[in-house]
Design a protein around this ligand. Structure first.
Ligand code: NAP
Length: 245
């Protein structure tokens, strides 16, 4: 991956930060997008630079198509041609469906699914022109199994699988791979807010009996983004300790 440029959305914290760091360790220069936590983004940039990468952080709400397009242009202007796009930015707004507001349903779809579409749409013409590029979308086993309280989130993640497979088919002949990674239960801010009962219930559903680390997900992304995976497209790789078999 030496010298390749990678763009990771939601790279300021959690899984996105681990992915950005792993890609930097693989030899990439890395740009991250974040929603609003400047300090966390700056911390990631410092870690990336320590790993020997040129690094850049841009505040960008991926739900805004024009902002996504502008961010892609800025990364190319500052770092060079993007070779790897990782759509990792995601939010949750959990609640039982019968009490979920339309706003909460839409907000999660806007970031998790439409946001990934915006990023892909902005990068694809560049990738097609160069006949190269890899895209990795971070979905979730929630989108494959369903999960009570996550009608919005599970729908967005199931949609992301459909998006992955469709774009994979659209650009397979152009030397571009499009894959998804589906994490199970991973230790980040997203899961830190769970109460003890929910945590124990979640863990009981994991045959390997432990919560995953962001690095577990990052290793799978690194593989799918690399030349070692150049004949793999349209796949969904679960990183879930056997949660969904
Ligand atoms: P996290 O710790 O909550 O971090 C979310 C990241 O997304 C942050 O960098 C945040 O930026 C960014 N973000 C949020 N909204 C955004 C927007 N509108 N535009 C751009 N960036 C935005 O989440 P995580 O647990 O690392 O999850 C990362 C991905 O893995 C998500 O797609 C999530 O659905 C998926 N996933 C997580 C788990 C899990 O157990 N943790 C399981 C399955 C799938 P700020 O720092 O600026 O807020």
């Amino acid at each position: 991956m030496n010298g390749k440029i990678a763009l990771v959305t939601g790279g300021s914290r959690g899984i996105g930060r681990a992915i950005a760091l792993k890609l930097a360790q693989d030899g990439c220069d890395v740009a991250i997008l974040y929603a609003g936590r400047r300090e966390a983004a700056d911390e990631t940039v410092a870690l990336l630079e320590q790993a020997g990468s040129r690094a850049l952080a841009i505040q960008c709400n991926v739900a805004d198509g024009a902002a996504a397009e502008a961010a892609v242009k800025e990364v190319e202007a500052q770092l060079g041609p993007i070779a790897v796009l990782v759509n990792n930015a995601g939010i949750v707004r959990d609640g039982l469906a019968m009490r979920m507001s339309s706003e909460d349903f839409r907000a999660v779809l806007d970031v998790n699914l439409t946001g990934a579409f915006h990023m892909i749409r902005a990068c694809l013409p560049l990738f097609i022109r160069r006949r190269a590029g890899s895209i990795v979308n971070i979905t979730s086993v929630s989108g494959m199994m369903g999960n009570p309280g996550q009608a919005n989130y599970a729908s967005s993640k199931a949609g992301l699988i459909g998006l992955t497979k469709t774009i994979a088919r659209e650009v397979a002949s152009r030397g571009i791979t499009v894959n998804a990674v589906a994490p199970g239960f991973i230790q980040t801010d997203m899961t830190a807010g769970m109460n003890e009962a929910a945590l124990q219930k979640g863990l009981a559903a994991v045959p390997m009996g432990r919560i995953g680390k962001p690095e577990d997900v990052a290793n799978a992304v690194s593989f799918l983004a690399s030349d070692a995976a150049s004949y793999i497209t349209g796949c969904v790789l679960k990183v879930d300790g056997g949660m969904y078999i």
